[in-house]
Design a protein around this ligand. Sequence first.
Ligand code: NOJ
Length: 758
Amino acid sequence: MKVKIVFTLIQVLLGMSVLAQAEKQQTAMSTYVSALMKKMTTEEKIGQLNLPAVGFDVTGPVVSQGVDEKIRKGLVGGVFNTFTPIAVRKLQEMAVTRTRLKIPLLFGYDVIHGHRTIFPIPLGLSASWDTALIRKTAQAAAAEASADGLNWTFSPMVDIARDPRWGRVSEGAGEDPFLGAQVAKAMVRGYQGDNTYKDAHSILACVKHFALYGAAEAGRDYNTVDMSRVRMFNEYLPPYKAAIDAGVATVMSSFNEVDGVPASANRWLMTDLLRKRWGFKGFVVTDYTAINEMMAHGLGDGKEVARRAMKAPVEMDMVGELYLAHLPALVKEGKVTMTELDNACRLILEAKYKLGLFQDPYKYVSEERNEKEMMSGDKLMLAREAAIKSMVLLKNKGNILPLNAEKKIAFIGPLVKNKRDVIGSWSGAGDYKQAISVWEALEKRVTAAPIYYAKGCNLVDDTTLRNKLNPHGAMLEADSLSPEALIREAVEAAEKSDIVVVFLGEPFGMSGEAASRSEIGLLPNQKGLLVALKKTAKPIVLVLMNGRPLTLSWEDEHMDAILETWYGGTMTGPAISDVLFGDANPSGKLTMTFPRNTGQIPIYYNHKNTGRPFDAAQKYTSKYLDVSNEPLYPFGHGLGYSPFTYSGISLSSKSIQGASTITATVTVTNSGKYKGEETVQLYIKDVIGTVTRPVKELKGFQKVLLAAGESRKLSFSIGQDDLRFYNGELQLVAEPGAFKLFIGGSSEQIREASFVLQ
Ligand code: NOJ
């Protein structure tokens, strides 16, 4: 007892000293920044809000001009798209030696799924459901980026996405708010470390795109968003909030409107919600020219939209330079107050202070670290592990996978030897030439029987599509052989073999920004190859590389196995070879529903019941005439080489009272012959609410590694906090009444129990 009291006392004292320390640091920062701001002219303060792009890579129509000169005049707060120690040193030197006040610059970049070492695309990473692994990838990305002069990444993107027509689903963690929040937290912690930026490995993260960007109507990028507050709070906002709670340093405002006002001018979003309700203390940067785009949204001329953005407020203007152009007059005319300008400037200077740039502006510029960090062995190993864990085995009829290396195998398809596409979109500073293709990996793997290769088809046959994609980095061309000859070659290779493995999917530019599709199946020429191969009657494994859920009804019917590998990054080849030959056991689970056809979209597992749920015996129920309501592959689905069986769900009590918790227990058994990892998922349904509640919601998950034949008891603890949701008044409440609880290996393969909240 005594020991316990002393221990608690020590803890309290330690807590107090940490708080006191934080307060001291806060005061020191305020004093420093106030003193600096006293010396600043209005123009210099405005300059801090300016983020021009210097470099090669643009994501919008505007490129910044005359940046050197602006830096020298103190009219730049940070630059984006510049990296490498040499380039960063050059600009930083300009800022800290040739400007009046010597204020260092921020250096931002889209480090999205790795910097030089490329990890699987975020949607793929999320399919690992392995937040520790995801955090490590962000940490490794920060280590490389920071050794390349960068101190700020525009990541994580945490937009909930339920519409796979939207190309940017590839950049997020899928459709679920609970999982999305866990991933958001992991990534912020990976990039920012413990938020003290003590060493040069941690960089500022930027959660984006605030808010609701993933809900663009019809999945068309940049399109209008409109949704109820209840939906927003319960289904779309949790991942942003999780990033804020994890201490994310910056937020990016989204392109879209929210309640009829574009995010960058939306005071409710930026002030009432983000800062007052959530307590965010950092600064907001706009998305690329988002302030300027408010003219096209119809909010007024350049001066007016700059004024509106300052009132929201958003502090930093990415590339648009409307703050630079109009704030001097707006401040003079009193339309933007000096206090508003000071607040914005202060937040940006504080971010620089926290990074330690005032002490050492070259903290992130180190040739030595650059040499050491880039694509180091440990990062490549992590990339291989991440690629393996991201893969989702969608179907495996008759356990055709793993491949038997004694058999003759034909590897067919335009992605077998491909390097350009396997690193995916937003691969930033990644060099596709350093990626290992599937073929390179296969050639290294010893097989007892011969392997064959045929390209089979062009990745894209349609010239109009090729012409849209090629100007943006795609390297799509028509083969010198005709499409018919390519297919003939493939059929010949298939006929010589015992089994056929076909690699198809999307070129990388078909997902990502400005890459919406109205049909999300395989392209017709690729499908044509599959039809021809099917006629050989050989067993076929379809290996997919793509950045979104695809409609695969035909493929599901006709292929023997389907392995979704997304874009696996630098180590794609070895990872795929590991999985195909059973050196690794796939364990990924979908984080986005795969629809049967495009007409089912939006389709997501945590939908509402409606007043007329589907009932086959009744005409007037919620359904389609031409397709079922069920998805092809549900959220949480993913097979392995060993099946897992679930038994005996039990609850420690049938009711929760006050702060008490109940424990739900199941036994999971690996009933196959391979060691494997299962992601055990917990869903809850709130049976009766003051507002309608989803048919089920993910509330927990655990990963468990089991040897062949091994069983393990797993427990989940459930308390009031897990049952809370935002009611009609947007209060976070848990409402007493009946609940259902489900545990299983996907959102559909579940066992059920019931309890009551009293
Ligand atoms: C536009 C994109 O929407 C955003 O995600 C990205 O960070 C910026 N461009 C900067 O490249």
